[in-house]
Design a binder for this molecule. Structure first.
Ligand code: FE2
Length: 185
């Protein structure tokens, strides 16, 4: 089940994590709290059951309707699909790559069609941890500080939207804040 927890960024008391300011698994609350902070969050039924080892083109074809909806306004002409399974040979390197706080010059738009992943958004003096699961579509605006944890046994498939043909380009902030926050098991 999708879940949101909101925490103080914890600069002054790094050794004892503060209680969350809010925790919810109610999709309406998650959507409203994220919207207050400029983050778009939607739930779309992932009605297509992918077969065991779908190719990227299988995934994109299966979700053609949802992809067309996201691309309708022309902001995200590039789309791909990423699928990571617990036996992926590069899972630990991939996990580490996304775990350090970074920003992008473009919006980060992800539609989860299988599994789950933890988005952590550092906005002002708060950290919002958003556990995204199948059916969730999240749009993290450009320049938002964030990191992403796929966990030690990653299992997810996400359709990714980009405004440029180069795809994923990150600028790392050098802040070690991610180390203070809970990760996926
Ligand atoms: Fe990112």
């Amino acid at each position: 089940m999708s879940r949101l927890s909101i925490h103080p960024e914890g600069r002054t008391n790094a050794t004892s994590p503060a209680e969350p300011l809010l925790e919810s698994d109610d999709p309406a609350v998650i959507k409203a709290e994220l919207a207050k902070r400029g983050i778009e969050f939607q739930r779309w039924p992932a009605k297509v059951k992918l077969h065991q080892n779908p190719s990227e083109s299988d995934i994109l074809a299966a979700y053609a309707v949802e992809i067309a909806r996201v691309q309708a306004d022309g902001r995200y002409p590039t789309v791909d699909a990423i699928r990571i399974t617990p036996d992926h040979p590069d899972r630990e390197a991939l996990r580490q790559k996304f775990l350090a706080e970074h920003t992008h010059a473009e919006d980060e738009v992800r539609f989860f069609v299988e599994g789950r992943g933890l988005f952590c958004l550092h906005i002002g003096a708060e950290v919002l941890q958003v556990l995204c699961e199948q059916n969730d579509c999240i749009n993290v605006p450009a320049k938002t500080r964030h990191w992403f944890d796929m966990g030690s046994k990653p299992q997810f498939c996400a359709v990714r939207f980009f405004d440029n043909p180069e795809g994923w380009i990150a600028s790392f902030t050098g802040d070690v804040i991610a180390e203070r926050f809970a990760k996926l098991p």
